[in-house]
Design a protein around this ligand. Structure first.
Ligand SMILES: [Mn+2]
Length: 371
């Protein structure tokens, strides 16, 4: 070993960068082979999904490829704002328009989603010449089958990965797009407080600021309205603490439906308190009951939610700390009963009633969410 030469260890960030470098090469090759690119995020797209889709459309532009962003209602309200602001430069289409625009050299890029069940183009998946996935959610049996993918749960957000790809490709990022990408990262890292953010997230954020991202402007997408708080309040106020600090909040009113984004926000709100795991249950449409699950890391909620794959009408999964499930054709009561069945084996003591300490935590939780 030569003197003075320090052997540098490969860090987690280096590995992510290497992964993105090879993703860039794959994308370059796929762009070369394609004439049109369809870009889509997950159902009910949020700022990370739409921000990433817009970023990818700039990459297509840089590679002189015509691109469409496929997006269908419902759309989260800030994500909708991104779409409205860019509709003159980017062509947005609904999934139903895909067949008429498909060529035999069309390519699909799925951002912020790798699941067949979470894409609005699932009926056309095998009609694309190639499918590329860029995502930070974990893979499972429901993952879209393709050899071309760059998926790593160590990316804080898809916007983080897209930003790096844009930097590597020297794609031009208008200021407003640096705002979208920053907002996507801010959303998925909970403003860099969640342990999903790495030094790469901070580096990317810094670079986006250098390129024009305006933190003051971005802040307004994170302001909550009294109406939103009201919804979160409804969803969290039903929380019942199960033995060993599982909180299950369930809106049993069969006539009320909520968006899955609201359920996720409610679960996040409850995670601010000292619970090991949170489950927020409500109807998301006439036929579907959804669960949004979060964990402080002590309990693997991904495993618990994946149990719903064994339940008739159900599917579920996710990461150990953030997961969810959808169940069709069941009553809320049934779904709740199934969940309690899944929780009990995790406990050593089975109690029907929450103890004093748990009740105290719950009351604090409910009080704080209304503040
Ligand atoms: Mn995301």
């Amino acid at each position: 070993m030569p003197e003075n030469k320090v052997i540098k260890e490969t860090t987690e960030e280096d590995k992510l960068l290497q992964k993105l470098n090879s993703a860039k090469n794959t994308l370059d090759k796929l762009f070369e082979e394609s004439d049109r690119v369809f870009i889509t995020g997950h159902l009910e797209p949020d700022m990370d999904a739409i921000g990433a889709a817009i970023g990818m459309s700039l990459l297509c532009k840089k590679n002189k490829r015509k691109s469409y962003i496929v997006v269908d209602e419902p759309i989260e309200k800030n994500a909708r704002e991104f779409i409205l602001e860019t509709k003159d430069e980017i062509e947005y289409i609904s999934a139903s328009q895909v067949p008429e625009l498909l060529t035999d050299k069309s390519m699909l890029i799925s951002v912020d989603n790798n699941k067949v069940g979470r894409t609005s183009v699932k009926d056309y998946l095998n009609r694309f010449q190639s499918v590329f996935i860029l995502d930070h959610h974990n893979e499972d049996e429901g993952t879209i089958k393709t050899p071309y993918k760059c998926i790593d749960t160590k990316f804080s957000s898809t916007c983080e990965a897209v930003s790096v790809l844009a930097f590597l490709s020297r794609a031009k990022l208008p200021q407003r797009v640096t705002n979208y990408l920053y907002a996507g990262i801010k959303l998925d890292t909970k403003d860099f407080t969640k342990n999903v953010s790495t030094s790469l997230s901070h580096q990317v954020a810094g670079k986006l600021i250098l390129k024009g991202a305006n933190l003051k402007y971005i802040k307004r997408w994170f302001k909550r309205s009294p109406e939103e708080d009201q919804i979160i309040q409804e969803l969290t106020s039903k929380a019942v603490v199960y033995p060993y600090t599982y909180a299950v909040s369930c809106v049993t009113d069969e006539n009320k439906t909520y968006s899955s984004v609201d359920l996720a926000k409610a679960a996040d709100a409850l995670l601010n308190y000292d619970f090991s795991a949170i489950f927020v249950i409500a109807k998301t449409d006439d036929d579907t009951i959804a669960i949004s699950a979060r964990s402080n890391g002590d309990v693997d909620v991904g495993k618990i939610m994946s149990c719903y794959n064994l339940v008739r009408g159900g599917r579920g999964g996710g990461t150990p700390i953030s997961a969810g499930a959808q169940i069709k054709g069941r009553t809320i009561e049934e779904v709740k009963t199934i969940l309690s069945g899944l929780l009990i084996p995790c406990n050593t003591i089975v109690e029907d009633q929450p103890n004093e300490e748990q009740n105290r935590l719950l009351l604090t939780a409910q009080k704080k969410t209304t503040d």
